[in-house]
Write a protein that binds this ligand. Structure first.
Ligand SMILES: [Zn+2]
Length: 163
């Protein structure tokens, strides 16, 4: 997937995440969307830094990197929601191209891909991106509702690590 696709995906996803976390559709929803948009867009752009540093689709396209980014809010109380952007970048790379990504880098350089994929040059690329985003918002809602509260504010994080 190209930069345009990743940014489009991240922007739509941020709006969806904002509504999931503040479903009342009021001032708080707008604030929540503002809070999550920049971190998610930055997260979505980050993995492709490995086109310049490291090996593309390997160095920064792994579960290791996702784990590190996801640990920051818990350990350092910053970079909240950047993991959402990194994760959606992986999903889009998996679905939005025929080439895979090295999920287990640096343990293994093998690239994993899905048996189907829509190339970025396809006329349907934007449509596929929108559909994927809708499914991601649904997944985020399901996890937030049934698994773990993803509406982590600073106070909650501080409490969780006991400082
Ligand atoms: Zn990528």
């Amino acid at each position: 997937m190209n930069k345009r696709g990743h940014v489009l995906n991240a922007l739509l996803l941020a709006v969806g995440v904002g509504f999931v976390l503040e479903p009342a559709v009021d001032r708080n929803t707008a604030i929540k969307i503002a809070q999550v948009t920049v971190p998610i867009v930055l997260g979505a752009l980050f993995p492709d830094v490995d086109t310049a540093f490291g090996k593309h689709r390997k160095t920064l396209h792994s579960l290791t990197v996702l784990g590190i980014v996801a640990a920051y809010p818990i350990v350092f109380d910053n970079l909240q929601y950047v993991w959402v952007g990194v994760l959606t970048h992986y999903v889009l790379d998996l679905v939005g191209s025929r080439r895979g990504i090295a999920l287990f880098h640096p343990l293994s350089s093998s690239e994993f891909s899905l048996p189907f994929g829509v190339t970025t040059s396809s006329d349907y690329a934007d449509l596929v991106t929108v559909i994927i985003t809708a499914l991601e918002i649904a997944a985020f809602w399901a996890v937030h509702t049934y698994v773990v509260d993803l509406n982590v504010d600073v106070a909650t994080v501080s409490q969780a690590i006991g400082v």
